[in-house]
Ligand binder design. Structure first.
Ligand SMILES: Cc1cc2nc3c(=O)[nH]c(=O)nc-3n(C[C@H](O)[C@H](O)[C@H](O)COP(=O)(O)OP(=O)(O)OC[C@H]3O[C@@H](n4cnc5c(N)ncnc54)[C@H](O)[C@@H]3O)c2cc1C
Length: 466
């Protein structure tokens, strides 16, 4: 079995498949350049005393704006409490309260406190630490530092992966491959994702004709730290959960709908204020000295940028954050191509609909990675025939970024999306990143109304203040 990508989805799949032999491909050392390791806010699961799966399901469906698959929501959210037990067994150290119970925090659009943290705001890094240790200690898992460049498909379904390690080309035969390659934020000029998260898995899936869906639904985080560079550090929503408020350069509060309104509403509010030539800040001064202990990683990020959140407002801007769409999968992670599976952010399970509820993605990556690993290990072995394959053109996100940011960002209109589609079509033949961007632009054009994270200004319903 080949797993492409060593984030939470890929690692959970590899562990679930054990002792079935797994080759895990990742471009560099595990944990580097994986969104999983950068997650701050936490992992949502209905484990609090006054919480229930039904309440978590209701919040997820509300965020998804009518476009979630209710069966997927019930299944994935319902598996949350058991996943927390699994992660504890695997060695994840979630934060605990004074009575040693799991500590749960509140986040935007969650009706109950249900966000589990690890080391305060280093939840993803803590989960990755535990999973990486387990993976390294599992003899059936071989880690290969290489980039998957092509899924090889024969008459019989998947036949292997063509990967590149330095100047070496590897043809790795296998009748089952899992895409666990993460998101697409790197297709934009500003993102919270690692810069290399340009949708490799979607390009690999497109190349073999796998079904994709909901590509137009891209979540923008309202509060990336407004510093130079493409990959911007995130100032987690949890900071607003603890009382920080939006202000502009005049010190005025401007956010209609409230600081903890759903993420898309807040992102549009921030974006509209930036477009009106204001500077936007997050004022966390009231949190005071607690900031450094509650948010040690964010405090360090701010310190590196020369900002002291105890005395200064934090400059922020919206940035591409999470892709709700992806490769269409069923409950076992199966795609429309025999032997090809997908899990984590690259997959479209139906959990998120038009918008993801904060902290539901680590949950989804872990649960669906595990399910895919189990399903793949249980497949009957198929004989592999000799297959030939050639490397496709190398994806280049650089010419794609300004066009995506200008026309497929927080606020969209038909003329801009049409222009973007034309430009991407010109480049698509030579550049798989442009071919993917073209599919995203086409999906966005085809979605005529504003819904969830897809906001068309000409529909006049895009700023939905609560
Ligand atoms: C800053 C930030 C904060 C976040 N905070 C939260 C949060 O608090 N809670 C939450 O639920 N979600 C959060 N998210 C979202 C969440 O982290 C991701 O959706 C989730 O971790 C995705 O996991 P994954 O395993 O699918 O992908 P990733 O963790 O991104 O891992 C994908 C891996 O695949 C590798 N890869 C890609 N292409 C190839 C290829 N061709 N060949 C080989 N390897 C490849 C990548 O290098 C990477 O290592 C956050 C995201 C970011 C960026």
């Amino acid at each position: 079995m080949i797993i492409v990508g060593g984030g939470v989805a890929g690692l959970m799949a590899a562990l679930a498949a054990s002792p079935y032999p797994v080759t895990l491909l990742n471009p560099g050392p595990l944990g580097v350049a994986a969104a999983s390791a950068m997650s701050q806010g936490g992992l949502a699961a209905a484990v609090g005393a006054d919480d229930s799966v039904a309440l978590h399901v209701a919040d997820t469906l509300a965020a998804g704006a009518g476009l979630c698959d209710p069966e997927a929501v019930e299944r994935i959210i319902g598996a949350g409490p058991a996943l927390v037990e699994t992660l504890l067994r695997l060695g994840v150290r979630f934060d605990r309260d004074a009575a040693s119970a799991l500590a749960v925090g509140l986040e935007a659009a969650h009706a109950r406190p249900r966000i589990l943290h690890g080391n305060g705001d280093q939840t993803g890094a803590e989960i990755m630490r535990a999973l990486m240790a387990r993976v390294r200690a599992t003899p059936s898992i071989t880690i290969v530092q290489a980039v998957a460049r092509k899924i090889v498909v024969g008459d019989n379904g998947v036949a292997g992966v063509l990967a590149v390690r330095g100047s070496e080309i590897l043809l790795l035969p296998s009748d089952r491959v899992l895409l666990a390659t993460g998101g697409i934020g790197g297709l934009f000029s500003h993102t919270t994702n690692p810069e290399g998260a340009i949708g490799h898995g979607l390009m690999l899936a497109m190349d073999v004709g796998a079904e994709l869906a909901d590509l137009e639904f891209i979540q923008f985080h309202p509060t990336a730290l407004d510093v130079a560079g493409a990959s911007l550090p995130l100032i987690s929503e949890a900071v607003r959960g603890e009382g920080a408020r939006f202000i502009d350069e005049t010190g005025a509060y401007f956010m209609r709908g409230g600081d903890l309104a759903p993420r898309d509403v807040v992102a549009r509010g921030v974006f509209a204020h930036v477009q009106a030539e204001h500077q936007v800040f997050l004022d966390a001064r009231e949190i005071g000295a607690r900031f450094a202990t509650r948010f040690p990683a964010i405090a360090a990020i701010c310190a590196r940028a020369g900002i002291d959140p105890m005395t200064q407002p934090i400059p922020v801007r919206p940035a591409a954050h999470y892709h709700m769409g992806g490769v269409v999968v069923d409950a076992a992670g199966r795609t429309s191509i025999e032997g090809l599976y997908a899990a984590g952010e690259v997959a479209r399970t139906g959990l998120h609909g038009a918008n993801r509820l904060a902290s539901n993605s680590l949950l989804e990556a872990a649960i669906c990675g595990e399910a895919a690993g189990l399903a793949m290990a249980a497949l009957q072995v198929k004989p592999l025939r000799d297959v030939q394959a050639e490397l496709p053109a190398l994806p280049d996100a650089v010419p794609v970024r300004p066009i995506m940011s200008a026309h497929l960002g927080v606020l969209r209109d038909a003329a801009g999306m049409g222009l973007a589609a034309e430009k991407f079509a010109e480049m698509a033949g030579q550049n798989p990143a442009a071919a993917l961007a073209l599919r995203i632009a086409q999906a966005a054009l085809a979605r005529k109304n504003s819904v969830g994270a897809h906001a068309r200004v000409e529909t006049k319903q895009f700023y939905k203040a609560a």
